[in-house]
Design a binder for this molecule. Structure first.
Ligand code: NDP
Length: 448
C-alpha cells in the first residue's frame, strides 16, 4: 500500500495534463486530476479548436465570392454569427465531455474544482478536501496577458471572443502575433472593420520575414489596417457603448471592441508554489529540467505554465514523456528541434526549421529557393493573391534546414514536409521525388 492517496495528482486538465494523467494511469499509477474550469483546457475550450472552426466559417466569405467564377450563382448570401458561434460552442461541449470520459475510462479521478499545493505532498481542493500524492504535476497552462493602462478593463481577450453577442462592426486588435493575425482574418471575413495596433514594427516575430511581409501585404489589400510602433494610452467607453481609444504614436480611434492578443502568461497564481518551494522564472513560469522536473524532486510541470514552447502538441509530448519517465521507468525527453507550426491567418502560414536570417547566422553558407506563385484556384477566381514558398538549404551538406510557406492549405501541406526536414533529408532527396500535378505542394519538389 502506498503512503499516499494517489501516485500522481495533476493540477490542470488541458492538453498536457490529460495526456500525462491517462498515460500514467495506463502505466499502473493511481491518478487524480483537478480542473477548476472545464476539462480540455485552452486548446479545446478557448483556443486552437474553436478558433479553427471560426477560421473555417470565415473562409466561406471568400469561397462564396469566388464561386461565381466557377459557374455557381448563389443569389444573395448572408452570415449568421450566432448560429456559427453556438455550433462551435456546442462542439466544444462535446469535446470537453469526450476528454472527461477519456480520463474516467482510464480510471483517473476527476475533481472539477481548484487545487492548491498546501504541503510537501499535500493538495487542498476548493471544497476543503485534502489529499496526498507521491508526485504532483502542474499543467495549469497560461492565460492571455492583459495590458495595464486607464480603461484597459474595457478590452476583451481571445477567451471572450468566442462568446461575443455579435460581430463588432469595428474591432481593434492589440498585438502582432499568432492570435492577432488569426482573429484579424476571422473578423475581417465576417465583415468587421479590423485594425491591428502593435508596439513594434514586427509582425509574427520568429517567422521568416518574407512570409510576414507577404501576410502584411495581403491583409492590407483585403482592407485590414495596421498601426505599428504604437501603444495604448487609454480607452474610454462612450454613451453608445463604442470605445474611444487614445494611442501613443497614432491618431485616436473609435471602435466597438478592443481585443488584447499580446502574449500569454503562465497560470501560477494561488498554486502554492511558494509553500512547495518551486522555482519560477522572470514571468512566473515554472522552471524545469529536460524531464520536466522542477527543483523539487516530486513536483513536475508541463505545457504552457513552463513557457518553453506554447503549443498544444508540445505540451502533449511533454505530458507523455513525463508519464513514461516517472511511471514506466522509461526516461524520455522531448526534442524541441524542427517543431512545425502554423498561423491560421487568411491565408495561413506554416513553417519548420530555420528562417533565412537564422540560417545565415548559424550556418553562414546557405542556398535559398523560392516559389512565388498564384494558386490555380485564385487564378480562376480572379483573386490576385499570391502564395510564397521558401526553402533554406545548408550549402555544406545539402540538407534542407527550413521550409516556410504562405498560401491556401499551407499547414496541411507542411505536416508531411516537416517529416522530411526532421529526418534531415537533402535538397537532392526533394528533387528526386516526383511531383503530384497539379497541386500547390508540388512547388516544393520543383524548386530551382
Ligand atoms: P504572440 O507571442 O504570438 O504575440 C504577442 C504579440 O504581442 C507580439 O506582437 C508582441 O509584440 C506583442 N506584445 C507582447 N507584449 C506586449 C506588451 N506588453 N504590450 C504591447 N504588445 C505586446 O502571442 P499571442 O497572444 O498571439 O499568442 C500566445 C501564444 O499562443 C503564441 O505565442 C503561441 O505560442 C500560442 N498560439 C498558437 C497558435 C497556433 O499554433 N496557430 C494560435 C494562437 C496562439 P513584439 O513582437 O513586438 O514583441
Amino acid at each position: 500500500m502506498s503512503d499516499y492517496d494517489f501516485d500522481l495528482f495533476t493540477i490542470g486538465a488541458g492538453s498536457g495534463g490529460v495526456r500525462a494523467s491517462r498515460v500514467a494511469s495506463a502505466h499502473g499509477a493511481k491518478v487524480a486530476v483537478a480542473e477548476e474550469y472545464r476539462v480540455g483546457g485552452t486548446c479545446v475550450i478557448r483556443g486552437c479548436v474553436p478558433k479553427k472552426m471560426l477560421v473555417y466559417g470565415a473562409h466561406f466569405a471568400e469561397d462564396l465570392e469566388d464561386a461565381k467564377q466557377f459557374g455557381w450563382d448563389l443569389g444573395e448570401t448572408s452570415f449568421d454569427w450566432e448560429r456559427l458561434r453556438d455550433t462551435v460552442l456546442g462542439d466544444v461541449d462535446r469535446l470537453s465531455k469526450l476528454y472527461t470520459e477519456t480520463l474516467e475510462n482510464h480510471d483517473v479521478t476527476v475533481f472539477e474544482e481548484r487545487a492548491e499545493i498546501t504541503g510537501d505532498h499535500e493538495i487542498t481542493l476548493a471544497s476543503g478536501k485534502v489529499v496526498t500524492a507521491k508526485y504532483i504535476l502542474i499543467a495549469t497552462g497560461a492565460e492571455p496577458a492583459v495590458l495595464d493602462f486607464p480603461g484597459s478593463e474595457h478590452a476583451i481577450t481571445s477567451n471572450e471572443a468566442f462568446h461575443l453577442p455579435e460581430v463588432p462592426k469595428r474591432i481593434m486588435i492589440a498585438g502582432g502575433g499568432y492570435i492577432a493575425n488569426e482573429f484579424a482574418g476571422i473578423f475581417h471575413e465576417f465583415g468587421a472593420k479590423v485594425c491591428i495596433v502593435n508596439r513594434s514594427d514586427t509582425l509574427l516575430r520568429g517567422y521568416d520575414q518574407a512570409l510576414s511581409d507577404r501576410l502584411l501585404k495581403i491583409s492590407m489589400t483585403k482592407g485590414i489596417n495596421f498601426h505599428f510602433n504604437t501603444t495604448f494610452k487609454s480607452i474610454t467607453k462612450n454613451d453608445d457603448g463604442s470605445l474611444h481609444v487614445e494611442l501613443n504614436g497614432d491618431d485616436d480611434q473609435t471602435v466597438d471592441c478592443v481585443l488584447f492578443a499580446t502574449g500569454r502568461s503562465p497560470n501560477v497564481e494561488g498554486l502554492g508554489l511558494d509553500v512547495a518551494g518551486v522555482e519560477q522564472g522572470r514571468i512566473g513560469e515554472i522552471l524545469v529540467d529536460e524531464y520536466s522536473k522542477t527543483n523539487v524532486d516530486h513536483i513536475y510541470a508541463v505545457g504552457d505554465v513552463t513557457n518553453r514552447v506554447q503549443l498544444t502538441p508540445v505540451a502533449i509530448r511533454e505530458g507523455q514523456a513525463f508519464a513514461d519517465t516517472v511511471f514506466n521507468n522509461d526516461p524520455r525527453t522531448v526534442s524541441y528541434d524542427h517543431i512545425p507550426s502554423a498561423v491560421f491567418s487568411h491565408p495561413p502560414i506554416s513553417a519548420v526549421g530555420l528562417t533565412e536570417g537564422e540560417a545565415r547566422n548559424q550556418l553562414g553558407n546557405i542556398r535559398v529557393y523560392q516559389s512565388d506563385f498564384r494558386p490555380m484556384k485564385n487564378v480562376v477566381a480572379g483573386r490576385n493573391e499570391r502564395g510564397l514558398y521558401k526553402m533554406i538549404v545548408d550549402a555544406a551538406t545539402d540538407k534542407v534546414v527550413g521550409i516556410h510557406m504562405i498560401g491556401p492549405d499551407s499547414p496541411e501541406i507542411m505536416q508531411g514536409f516537416a517529416v522530411a526536414v526532421k529526418a534531415g533529408l537533402t535538397k537532392a532527396d526533394f528533387d528526386a521525388t516526383v511531383a503530384i500535378h497539379p497541386t500547390m505542394a508540388e512547388e516544393l519538389v520543383l524548386l530551382k
